[in-house]
Design a protein around this ligand. Structure first.
Ligand code: COA
Length: 259
């Protein structure tokens, strides 16, 4: 169905795999559009409770935006590349109501790290290496990296990573809080699935409201506390809330309708 993206669905989990291993899964225009379509489809599918994003092969999650595609761009084209990419993929993923886990299975550089940072949280295999090497190419991160990296690791660490164009290994990324867990490559997808199963036991409607509320803290001109109050209130009108509270009072496990 897609040229550079594989999707599979199993028990509430949709796994999206970037599949361009000969180019270390670099994000060209086509791949960005296909990823948008795959995320959009998964998010609209009522059966998808969690999305896992990973890269194919053992070497790379994504080695960045495809450098060969933008090497001759003008100022305007450069600006449009960033704007379109942010809208289609990076902001789009960050704002999905379905939880997205990035399983970083190797190099996550430039746009690759930016994609992983757009996911709601990240886990990594022990061979993973992460960085924003754009200034080594004479450009800066354009898919949200200058904003999301400081949010995740703090301003000083982000400044160092961006200015040196260096890579951090999986343990350093763990230490920085850039990823939540580090395991071997064989254990990576099983761990992502285990975390997804835990998430799936809970109300998907409440999770969507929580994502929106957490994200509000990082939006300009939005008061996150007010967003939280609004989202909190709206939960009281859902079938999931009725079921969750009733199940608790009846001392049974909740069976959320997801509405
Ligand atoms: N854009 C386009 N092609 C890329 C790419 C990218 N970001 N990253 C890797 N590739 C391609 C290489 O050109 C090569 O293609 P080829 O076999 O047709 O020549 C193939 O993927 C394999 O990469 P290679 O560089 O040979 O692998 P390596 O093991 O020697 O090095 C990296 C791995 C990740 C260190 C190296 O590929 C790299 O530095 N990539 C660019 C990272 C970057 O700057 N990303 C930010 C972009 S904004």
């Amino acid at each position: 169905m897609y040229n550079n993206v594989l999707t599979s669905h199993n028990g509430g989990i949709t796994t999206i795999t970037i599949n361009r291993p000969s180019k270390l899964n670099a994000l060209n225009k086509e791949t960005i559009q296909e990823l948008h379509d795959a995320f959009d489809e998964a998010n609209k599918n009522i059966k998808t409770k969690v999305i896992i994003i990973t890269g194919s092969g053992e070497k790379a999650f994504v080695a960045g935006a495809d450098i060969s595609e933008f090497a001759n761009f003008s100022i305007d084209q450069g600006g449009q590349l960033a704007a379109k990419g942010q809208e289609l993929l990076f902001d789009f993923v960050a704002n999905l109501s379905t939880p997205v886990i990035a399983a970083v299975n190797g190099f996550a550089l430039g746009g690759g790290l930016e994609l992983a940072m757009s996911a709601h949280f990240r886990i990594a295999s022990d061979n993973a290496k992460m960085g924003l090497p754009e200034v080594s190419l004479g450009v800066i991160p354009g898919y949200g990296g200058t904003q999301r990296l400081p949010q995740l690791v703090g301003k000083g660490r982000a400044m160092e990573m961006i200015m040196t164009a260096g890579m951090v290994d999986a343990n350093q990324a763990l230490n920085y809080g850039l990823v939540n867990h580090v395991v071997s490559q064989e254990e990576l997808l099983p761990l992502a699935e285990k975390l997804a199963s835990k998430i799936m036991r809970n109300s998907s409607v409440a999770i969507g409201a929580a994502i929106n509320s957490v994200n509000a803290a990082y939006e300009d001109g939005v008061n996150g506390f007010e967003t939280e109050i609004k989202e909190f209130g709206s939960c009281f009108g859902t079938k999931d809330f009725k079921e969750g509270t009733t199940a608790f009072l009846e001392k049974r496990k909740a069976d959320f309708p997801g509405k």
